[in-house]
Design a protein around this ligand. Sequence first.
Ligand code: NAD
Length: 344
Amino acid sequence: MPKLLAGVIGAGSIGDVHLTGYAAAKRDVAIHAICDINPRRLAEMGRKYGVPAARLYTDFKVMLQKEKLDVISVCTPNAFHFPAAAEALNHGAHTLIEKPMTLTLAEGRKLKALAAKSKAKTMVAFSHRFIGMNMAAKKLIGRGTIGKPFMIRVRYAHGGPYPGWAQGDWFYRKKLAGGGALLDMGIHAIDICQYLVGPVKNVSAIVRTLRKKIEVDDNAVLALDFSPAKCLGYIECGWTSGPGFGGIEIYGDRGSIVLELTGEPRIMRGVNRPDGSREILVEKIEVPAGPSHWPLQMESWVRHILGKKTVTGIPGIDEGLSSLAVALAAVESSKTGKQISVKI
Ligand SMILES: NC(=O)c1ccc[n+]([C@@H]2O[C@H](COP(=O)([O-])OP(=O)(O)OC[C@H]3O[C@@H](n4cnc5c(N)ncnc54)[C@H](O)[C@@H]3O)[C@@H](O)[C@H]2O)c1
């Protein structure tokens, strides 16, 4: 079978991760073309992945007109996800879109319609679904190990994507990013909540710029109400955090699951009495050895295109749309001071 010809739009830090994933799948995929508006970065990535100058582009429309690509990754700043993914789907390419999928629900719905019209497969890069302990937790919850979850808490926070990660400060600019920590870290947290518990029905939130001198939010707190699951949840996300708790806790009727980013994933059972006395049983969660989340996400994407079984479900346009709807409801709640019901 001929190899799938892949192209990446936006060859920055996460574009490099996607390119590494395609390079690792070299039995099935050939990196054929790369697009980035920064010629220096483009040349660097071309050299790194052996793509000749003739197939390096600064305009994704030109790249898609000139090359017949089977697979596209959209790894640009958020504002370009919609036009680049729409163009890729119009060309019939299997399209992997970075998060947040789009900036508005209207754009998301248009992508959904385009994807339905095309034969192409789609995926939204909710990479946290591919973290071993998160997949293990999903299985444990599915088996009823902790009973039915009634509370989930997610804290995803770091010191901010620039400097240190991104190629430039676009994450902090409203027009390019659409939003701040909420659309960056918060959208991962929203997706993981919906992956582990189910759909969010109502949201109350405070979304603020507390410390950074930027155009978008740097911290947010969300209170979630899930339905049909009888469960509440809360999310803290931010770009001003030093080391501290980072991870997920899920509390069920028969135990809890604690997934700390820096600690051992565990199930906890026992009793916590009002007088402060406790009996606690801790059981380590075994996480199967394997690639880390980004390589596994890319391997799963390629397997999905080839129609092969994947380690966990593939988040698609519906998941991209529903997480965006929760994030946008949080923004509205913060502006109005009201609880907002999520509409997709
Ligand atoms: N899923 C994850 O775990 C994860 C992690 C980090 C970033 N992301 C997402 O990936 C996307 C890119 O983030 P990043 O951290 O790689 O940023 P980055 O700044 O490192 O890279 C963005 C690249 O896109 C290029 N670019 C800008 N406009 C373009 C255009 N119109 N056409 C082509 N290229 C263009 C820039 O020159 C830059 O090289 C964002 O949407 C971000 O939210 C996802």
